[in-house]
Every structure is written in structure tokens, then in C-alpha cells.
Design a protein around this ligand. Structure first.
Ligand code: ADP
Ligand code: 5GP
Length: 196
């Protein structure tokens, strides 16, 4: 008689893989504000720091908001396959350093990317279990107010960003979840729940 314990046919649930979450939404909707609010209370939430050819805004620091690189350096990152995804947005290039993200996922920790629509699409194509979250403004007028009120871009750059915003808003249905940024506190809480 066999003493082996039968495992029967009970399905073994698949090991839950750590999730990569993408947060996208039009420029000025409040992505950075929401993420900063969430991380103030939960500094353990890891956010990927992107590389960009954009110049730093007042108060932005190297390695905190972005790694600021020139065009030649960005070309090299692309050529060496060091970016998980990258895109040109309103006249500058932005990309996610690949290795840091893979290291986090490998260590079993959730990963948050705050990137544009083109980047979100690339992530979806390469990582099918990624979770895509769209941050929407309460209204178009409020988006314009926020982007203009931030006071960090010239009128010409604001126009380019608003043109991109129309395309991004039209792509909302490609995302798994939409959060409407009426209250920073509410959205930060909802985003945290999605990450866990
Ligand atoms: P994004 O990172 O999406 O480009 P920001 O986080 O820089 O946007 O926010 C753009 C502007 O909108 C900032 O001045 C910010 O203070 C403001 N803002 C963000 N969320 C809200 C909100 N829920 N209500 C009112 N103003 C907001
Ligand atoms: P900003 O210049 O306002 O910091 O960012 C402009 C846009 O670029 C935002 O929509 C932001 O989410 C996006 N962005 C920031 N980092 C990346 C990145 O690494 N990849 C992509 N595709 N977009 C990014």
C-alpha cells in the first residue's frame, strides 16, 4: 500500500507574481501630486525614476524626479537596450530604466511607473500582466486650469501638452482602471489599494 499522500486534484493557485502598475494620464492631471501624496504616507512604495532629455524644472533634482540626460546619452540608452520603454512627448524624450524595474519585480516588490500613453502601450505589449491605471481630470476646463496654473511651461509647450491630452483622453478605454482626480487624498488611497 502506498503511503504517499495524494495531492488529489485540488488546483494549486498560481504564485501571485508581483505586479507592475502603470499610471498614465494627461499632463497636468495631477499624477505627480497624487504619487507624492501617497508616498509621503507610504515611502515604501517604489516608483521608477525615468530618464529624460527635458531640462529640470525649478526644485527638481537629479535622480529624484528624473535622471536628466542629453540627447547623446539618451541615444546610447536606447541603443544599448537599457530602457524598458521610451517615448517622445511634447518635444522631449522620456524612458524607463529597465534593470531597476526588473530587479524590483525579481525581489517580489510591486513597481509603479508614471509614464505617458505611448509608454503604457509598450508596457502592455511586453508585460501582459501589467496593470494599467488612467488618471482622468474632473473636466477638460479643470485640466487646462491645472496645467496652466502649475506655471512650469511656456504657452507654446502648454499647447503641445493639451494637444497630446486630447489623444490621451481618447485612449482611456485601453486602461484597466480609471481614477478621476477630484480629490488627491481619495485618489492616492485608491491607487495604493490597487498596488497591493
Ligand atoms: P502631472 O504630474 O499629471 O503633470 P501635477 O501633479 O504636476 O500633474 O499637477 C498639475 C497641477 O495640478 C499642480 O499645480 C497640482 O498642484 C494641481 N493638482 C493636482 N491634483 C489636484 C487636485 N485634485 N485638485 C486641484 N489641483 C490639483
Ligand atoms: P513631465 O515633463 O511633465 O515630467 O512629463 C511629461 C510626460 O512624460 C508625462 O505624461 C509623464 O508621465 C511622461 N513620462 C515621464 N517619464 C516617462 C517615461 O519614462 N516614459 C514615458 N513613456 N513617459 C514618461
Amino acid at each position: 500500500m502506498s503511503t504517499a499522500v495524494s495531492r488529489g486534484t485540488t488546483p494549486v493557485p498560481p504564485a501571485r507574481r508581483p505586479r507592475l502598475t502603470v499610471l498614465s494620464g494627461p499632463s497636468g492631471v495631477g499624477k505627480s501630486t497624487v504619487v507624492a501624496h501617497m508616498r509621503k504616507a507610504h515611502p515604501e512604495v517604489w516608483l521608477s525614476v525615468s530618464c529624460t532629455t527635458r531640462k529640470p524644472r525649478p526644485g527638481e533634482r537629479e535622480g529624484v524626479q528624473y535622471f536628466f540626460v542629453d540627447d547623446t546619452e539618451f541615444d546610447k540608452l536606447v541603443a544599448n537596450g537599457e530602457l524598458l520603454e521610451w517615448a517622445e512627448f511634447a518635444g522631449n524624450r522620456y524612458g524607463t530604466p529597465r534593470q531597476a524595474v526588473l530587479d524590483r519585480l525579481e525581489a517580489g516588490e510591486p513597481v509603479l511607473l508614471e509614464i505617458d500613453l505611448q509608454g503604457a502601450r509598450q508596457v502592455r505589449a511586453s508585460m501582459e500582466d501589467a496593470q494599467l491605471v488612467f488618471l482622468a481630470p474632473p473636466s477638460w476646463d479643470e485640466l487646462v486650469r491645472r496645467l496652466t496654473g502649475r506655471g512650469t511651461e511656456s504657452p507654446e509647450v502648454i499647447e503641445r501638452r493639451l494637444a497630446a491630452a486630447r489623444t490621451e483622453l481618447a485612449a482611456e478605454s485601453e486602461f484597466d482602471t480609471t481614477l478621476v482626480n477630484t480629490s488627491v487624498e481619495d485618489v492616492a488611497r485608491e491607487l495604493l489599494a490597487l498596488l497591493r
